[in-house]
Design a protein. Structure first.
Length: 134
């Protein structure tokens, strides 16, 4: 069986992330992956609860707008949307409003041996807060 390309890995990540399919995400990422994002950095055990809150509390979805691939590296530009419907550590102590948000987001990936080995994410969290709070 052939290994997925870096492009295929990132598209599989987006699909699994949008479904909050941690079983699939753990197959896509290398066991020793490091992730960096707005809310901190760590391995998948660190990322899983954050991603769970993004999925369940913010109904976050990523739509791929552009992917740039060079060798084993991928840059992704997204249209990120969501709705503040439940607890989320980025809005700790705030009552969910049900309000929607939309922001541009970007992620950078490094891959090796058919797995994602590193991921960095950036989005405008301040804009999200302005859009979802009363």
């Amino acid at each position: 069986m052939t290994q997925p390309t870096p492009r295929e890995l990132v598209l599989a990540y987006v699909e699994a992330f949008n479904a909050y399919d941690m079983k699939r995400l753990r197959e896509i990422f290398a066991p020793d992956v490091k992730t960096w994002g707005v809310l901190g950095h760590g391995d998948l055990d660190f990322a899983e609860p954050v991603w769970g809150e993004l999925h369940h509390g913010m109904e976050m979805r990523l739509e791929v707008l552009d992917l740039l691939v060079e060798g084993d590296k991928v840059a992704a530009r997204y249209h990120e949307t969501g709705r503040f419907v439940g607890p989320f550590r980025g809005l700790a102590g705030k009552t969910p409003t049900g309000r929607r948000y939309a922001v541009p987001a970007m992620e950078w990936f490094e891959t090796a041996d058919g797995r994602i080995t590193a991921r960095w994410g950036a989005r405008n969290s301040a804009s999200i807060e302005l859009q979802v709070l009363d």
